[in-house]
Design a protein around this ligand. Structure first.
Ligand SMILES: [Zn+2]
Length: 536
């Protein structure tokens, strides 16, 4: 039910999951960038020079770097499965909650005996947290029931992403709890498990290593924030996230953008959630002589370069003015600047999750993930263009998230142009004519059935539009197809009558009369065929 709904909404071009982002503390990696991309449509602009199948001409020369920096990215992407440690669906709710609970969190020292600096910062604010729950959340989200075993489907997707990033997969891993005290997790921690490491991606500026790939629980989302009281919704808490952290190998704002787009391409090739708020990206930046700064909350990948450039200027200024330099987390603002969010979390934040066994990833699981490894979107794009689809048409499919449907339909009738027409163009045209939304009627299943009849020769391509129109006007698929067959027989009879009534006309003469009589119901080609038969 959930996937049907999102499919339908994606089809009509509206973006789903307009969740509010919750600033969440990210894992302290050595250094990295994180981008916060708020739009899923970024990839219409993927023709920038990224490593990919269709790539134009990669120049031998390394492109020039505008500003030398040391930077890494961290990306969090929601996976399209149920929650990571319980069976609740990953649906965001905008209706009234079924219940609310109130909690406060208290700081305690970690294993090292110290209270984390970020923890102190939050606790000083002495906040009260309200959590809104639904019938689609359970006791696990409330931290009133132990976590269930890790979601195997999410793990499988995580393995695919790790393989596409050329990572080494860990055969055994300890699920960890990461202290989170902004209230975005009911238990005061977020579960996370490292599944792979030591990968890389190639860029035009050189290789960028992938330090870590982890599976994590998403946090609860903020619905209302006041000084002493924050209201969270539990719907997002526990949605599986894949977290990817690069090494600090990125040397320029341009390279940071390229890496983000390329990893985004890998993610979208796998079974991930789409739409605003489903991918969050952070960037870690430092110039020589300045401690690492993490910038979160990028509204758009396009803001990458301007934001990084502005941050470099800020860091230069800090050094010049001999300010008290410290590592901190900042929030990206729409104009490319950023504001202070909190001190950089320290290392005293992780401890083992004792409610769960060690995570074992078997050889079979890895082999299975390899067997089902998807093609990258950029490769698919190249393949489809080779088969005759135009670039803008491919982009429409990518944007609407219908590449998978398209590819499976292509297995029935291997004509990309025609399949595009009946999947995208005709429904759009009919919707305009009939003045209503037709996607609920002309579903992918219906289109599949139509293509099946075309494949077996039971339906002609030129009749597809009429069948679709009949369905939109209320006929069932079977009736619409039946009528179509009957009508073509009727048309033949009508044409025969006409030829008998008005003998001696030219083909063109009959054609004119017939086309007028059957306005729109019949194509010139069809009439021509029938006339050819009758006038032999
Ligand atoms: Zn649950």
């Amino acid at each position: 039910m959930v996937s049907d709904k999102s499919k339908e909404i994606i089809k009509s071009g509206i973006e789903i999951q307009r969740s509010q982002k919750t600033p969440s503390i990210s894992m302290p990696i050595k250094s990295g960038i994180e981008i916060q991309q708020k739009s899923s449509n970024e990839f219409s602009s993927i023709s920038t020079p990224i490593k990919s199948g269709i790539e134009i001409q990669r120049s031998q020369k390394t492109p020039s770097i505008s500003i030398p920096i040391k930077s890494g990215i961290e990306i969090h992407q929601q996976l399209d499965t149920h929650k990571l440690f319980c069976n609740c669906p990953s649906v965001l709710r905008n209706d009234e909650s079924d219940f609310e609970i109130k909690r406060r969190l208290h700081a305690v020292a970690g294993e090292s005996g110290e209270i984390d600096v970020a923890v102190k910062h939050e606790v000083l604010l002495d906040k009260e947290f309200i959590y809104q729950g639904y019938d689609t959340t359970c006791l696990v989200e409330l931290d009133e029931e132990p976590p269930h075993l890790i979601n195997q489907e999410a793990l499988g997707i995580g393995l695919q992403i790790a393989l596409l990033l050329n990572c080494e997969i860990l055969p055994i891993s300890q699920i960890m709890r990461k202290t989170v005290v902004d209230g975005s997790n009911t238990g005061g921690f977020q579960r996370t498990v490292l599944i792979a490491r030591d990968g890389y991606v190639e860029t035009n500026f050189g290789k960028v290593r992938i330090d870590n790939v982890s599976l994590e629980e998403d946090s609860a989302r903020v619905v209302d924030r006041k000084k002493e009281r924050v209201v969270y919704r539990l719907d997002r808490l526990g949605i599986p996230l894949i977290e990817i952290g690069t090494a600090p190998d990125i040397n320029s704002p341009e390279q940071a953008k390229e890496v983000a787009l390329y990893i985004g391409d890998i993610l979208r090739s796998c079974n991930v959630r789409r739409g605003i708020g489903t991918i969050r990206q952070d960037v870690n930046i430092s110039i020589e002589g300045h401690p690492r700064i993490e910038i979160k909350g990028f509204q758009d990948v396009k803001m990458f370069i301007p934001t990084i450039k502005k941050e470099v200027e800020r860091q230069k200024d800090n050094i010049k003015k001999k300010k008290d330099l410290r590592s901190e987390v900042r929030n990206a603002l729409p104009d490319g600047s950023s504001e202070f969010l909190r001190p950089m979390p320290g290392v005293a934040r992780m401890y083992p999750e004792t409610d769960l066994p060690l995570l074992k990833i078997s050889r079979e699981m890895i082999n299975q993930a390899k067997k089902e490894l998807p093609k990258l979107r950029s490769e698919i794009q190249g393949d489809l263009i080779k088969k005759g689809l135009r670039e803008d048409e491919v982009k429409i499919l990518l944007k609407r998230g219908e590449i998978d449907d398209f590819l499976s339909l292509l297995k029935l009738v291997d004509e990309p142009r025609f399949v595009f027409k009946i999947l995208i163009e005709l429904p759009k045209e009919i919707s305009r004519h009939e003045g209503k939304d037709v996607l609920e009627i002309l579903t992918v299943d219906v289109i599949e059935s139509i293509l099946n009849l075309i494949r077996t020769g039971e339906l002609k391509k030129e009749d597809v539009k009429h069948v679709m129109e009949e369905m939109v006007r209320g006929k069932s698929f079977d009736d619409a197809v039946k009528v179509e067959k009957l009508e073509s027989e009727e048309i033949e009879i009508e044409i025969a009558k006409l030829v008998k009534e008005k003998p001696g006309l030219s083909v063109g003469g009959y054609m004119g009369l017939i086309m007028q009589k059957f306005k729109g119901k019949v194509t010139g080609k069809e009439v021509n065929e029938i006339l050819g038969k009758l006038m032999k």
